[in-house]
Design a protein around this ligand. Structure first.
Ligand SMILES: Cc1cc2nc3c(=O)[nH]c(=O)nc-3n(C[C@H](O)[C@H](O)[C@H](O)COP(=O)(O)OP(=O)(O)OC[C@H]3O[C@@H](n4cnc5c(N)ncnc54)[C@H](O)[C@@H]3O)c2cc1C
Length: 388
């Protein structure tokens, strides 16, 4: 088999890249380790920046998002029982879209099926070869049988535990990491959201987030310790703990119900540099991770894909190598801005074990955020997404 771009991973980054390349007449094959059902079952992101909205429109898969997604003009931050609002629209003129990652993935999968572009699900033992030469190859197995794809480029869109980054010689890559001493216990329920906007909660018992996926589906998170087991959290215990952290009005409005999904996610900041190795280009979580507090992971995957698809279009249609030469630097400049914001917001809102001084600094910083238009504007600009 031969294709122009072999894409590893059918998460949002791989599927979006495939769709944009197809639109520009660049053929591609996606190899995904899991089944499509498995990929769709992972409950993750929910807050989408304008840049990702625009890209989904450009890819021709934005119609359902505009019909069913919820446009948010602002967000709320609750500090020890008192709520404050940051008005994105008033401060920046921009909004964000609340629309689940699973729905985006489904729209992208449907879009790919409609154009008949090939995706190999259940591709095992994917291996990347010769990407420092002009003739890279990818091999994989399906039902035990070995297959090979010759290509011009390999796009590593296979998430943080994928094979693409691992295939780079260690001396060629630098990693920067921060592991936070806590995780998020998340619960998804078919109950109406407690508020029309997200509520970020800073509380002495720990952080909480009241989020949603639709007017009838809510997503709640509470900060938990890293050694917590999800089995130790029956639904009633989760709801009781959440009620202790949110404000009185939210406690009254909260509608509880059975969990349809519950999981624990550790929090991590991670960046691998560079993002290009010869003819292998990394995009999305394969190259960087942010703690979910800033809602930036999926959005960064989308902005990488924007730079990468433009670079490949320039390569094929304008015979220019400039986009590819600058891909890593351009993407990383944006990545580090999002890393900073995600790290800052995580440090600002979570209970930090062991330091009373840090707790006081959080309160002073939050006081500044709510009291200063400049600080609130900076927050809003980062949250809705910095311009390219
Ligand atoms: C709890 C939580 C909440 C979040 N909330 C937000 C939010 O509100 N907003 C936001 O922007 N982001 C959020 N994120 C982050 C967001 O979900 C990720 O950044 C996003 O999924 C990245 O997309 P991706 O395509 O790069 O990687 P992935 O979604 O991880 O996709 C990678 C794909 O590659 C496949 N793969 C892996 N290894 C191989 C292999 N060897 N061979 C073939 N295929 C392989 C995987 O099966 C997977 O399908 C959140 C994440 C979590 C965990």
């Amino acid at each position: 088999m031969r294709t122009q771009v072999a894409i590893i991973g059918a998460g949002p980054a791989g599927l979006l890249l495939g769709q944009l390349l197809h639109k520009h007449g660049i053929d591609n094959i996606i190899l995904e380790r899991h089944t499509g059902e498995y990929v769709l079952s992972r409950i993750r992101a929910g807050v989408i920046e304008q840049v990702a909205v625009d890209l989904l429109d450009e890819a021709g898969v934005g119609a359902r998002m505009h019909r069913e997604g919820l446009v948010h003009d602002g967000t709320q931050i609750c500090v020890d029982g008192v709520r404050h609002r940051i008005d994105f629209k008033a401060l920046t003129g921009k909004t964000v879209m609340v629309y689940g990652q699973t729905e985006i993935t489904k729209d992208l999968m449907d879009g790919r099926a409609a154009i008949g572009a090939p995706t190999v699900y259940g591709a095992q033992d994917v291996a990347l070869h010769d990407f420092s030469s002009d003739q890279p190859r990818v091999t994989y197995r399906v039902d035990g049988q070995l297959h090979e794809i010759a290509c011009d480029f390999i796009a590593g869109c296979d998430g943080s535990h994928g094979i693409s980054r691992q295939s780079v010689p260690p001396a060629a890559i630098s990693s920067y990491e921060r592991i936070y001493p806590f995780g998020w216990l998340g619960l998804l329920s078919d109950t109406p959201p407690v508020s029309q906007e997200l509520i970020y909660v800073r509380h002495q018992r720990g952080f909480a987030l009241c989020s949603m996926r639709s007017p009838t589906r809510s997503r709640y998170y509470i900060q938990c310790s890293l050694d917590e087991e999800v089995e130790a959290w029956p639904d009633a215990r989760f709801w009781d703990e959440l009620k202790l952290r949110i404000d009185g009005e939210a406690r009254v409005c909260l509608v509880t119900g059975p969990a349809i999904e519950k999981s624990i996610a550790p929090l991590r900041s991670f960046v691998a540099e560079p993002m290009r190795f010869g003819r292998l280009l990394l995009a999305g979580d394969a190259a960087h991770i942010v703690p979910p507090t800033g809602a930036k992971g999926l959005n960064l995957a989308a902005s990488d894909v924007r730079y990468l698809s433009q670079a490949l279009v320039e390569h094929y249609h304008e015979k220019s190598a400039a986009g590819l030469a600058h891909y890593s630097d351009r993407a990383l400049a944006r990545v580090w801005k999002a890393e900073r914001f995600s790290w800052w917001l995580t440090t600002l809102l979570h209970a930090l074990p062991g330091s009373a001084f840090d707790g006081k600094m959080q309160l002073a910083e939050l006081d500044y955020l709510f009291g200063s238009r400049a600080a609130a504007t900076a927050f809003a600009e980062n949250y809705v997404g910095l311009p390219f």
